[in-house]
Design a protein around this ligand. Structure first.
Ligand code: NAP
Length: 250
């Protein structure tokens, strides 16, 4: 039976995507560097285990990231996929990557080009930042009484909603670049931090930093957002309340 291989299937986006694919009837394999149940072991950067990983795959949902430079691993994956006759590659990218000169976004542009030039029918979905993205930056400062944030806006989206959309796209015919998805509201980063602290009962102040540079200017211009109405439904406040309930236990 042909399978759907999910790279990054153990990650923040990958876990709900695997669930969404399975609930649509896909037979899913997860590519991971670490052995485990339902996993095929391989490493995109080292080009190891990929031939075996793609051997039974009709579709690949490519979500893996080392959060620095994914282009080389993407080339390795697509070479193996082309040799194995994979029929559809679904790739997740980020809204506005060509307009913001952040090193990771430049690499996403190159990854998109690798997929587009692979000869394998593909679908590319660009999403805005996940709700968890600003939280990582806020929580890095958890020991400080004041949280410092950039003077930019965010249109964060629930990862489960991106996962559901990816599973839908993987169940359909290859569609090329499809419409971007973004969250249901646009908030300043300061508002996001205040909502997060309020939901967790943390008495912290939030200070906005005004930095220069082309990357920050790209974010300040809003190239990383789709505009409203967004695709997502869950607001950041709902996400923060859910996270606070989970951290308080049952
Ligand atoms: N975070 C955001 O706000 C955001 C927004 C839009 C799009 N995206 C995109 O969404 C995708 C998933 O992001 P995420 O936040 O879910 O990532 P994540 O939680 O950091 O997970 C990274 C995944 O990549 C796998 N991985 C890393 N290096 C690998 C390698 N060398 N070989 C094989 N697998 C490797 C890891 O698997 P193992 O550790 O099991 O090997 C893990 O499952 C990325 O493409 C990202 O650019 C993210």
């Amino acid at each position: 039976m042909s399978t759907t291989l999910v790279t990054g299937g153990t990650g923040g986006l990958g876990r709900p995507t695997v669930e969404a694919l399975r609930s649509r009837g896909h037979e899913v394999d997860i590519l991971s560097r670490h052995p485990g149940a339902m996993r095929v072991t391989g490493d995109l950067d080292r080009d190891s285990g990929l031939e075996a990983a793609v051997a039974s795959a009709a579709t690949i949902v490519h979500l893996a990231t080392n959060r620095r430079r994914d282009c080389h691993g993407t080339e390795n994956l697509l070479r193996a996929a082309a040799n194995a006759g994979v029929e559809h590659v679904v790739y997740v990218s980020i809204v506005g990557v060509e307009d913001i000169p952040y090193f990771y976004y430049r690499d996403k542009v190159r990854c998109e080009a690798v997929i587009e030039g692979s000869g394998i029918p593909f679908t590319i979905l660009r999403a805005t930042q996940f709700h968890s993205f600003p939280v990582e930056l806020i929580e890095l400062q958890h020991r400080l009484a004041t949280t410092r944030v950039l003077d930019i806006s965010l249109q964060t989206i629930a990862v489960a909603e991106v996962a559901e959309r990816l599973a839908e796209l993987a169940s359909e015919s290859p569609a090329g670049r499809v419409e971007d998805v973004g969250g249901p509201e646009i908030l300043s980063f300061a508002e996001v931090a205040e909502i997060w602290h309020r939901a967790h009962g943390a008495a912290k102040t939030v200070r906005t930093l005004h930095l220069g540079g082309r990357t920050v200017r790209g974010f300040r211009a809003g190239h990383h957002m789709t505009g409203l109405p967004g695709f997502g439904r869950e607001t950041f406040a709902e996400f923060a309340a859910r996270a606070a309930r989970a951290s308080n236990g049952p």
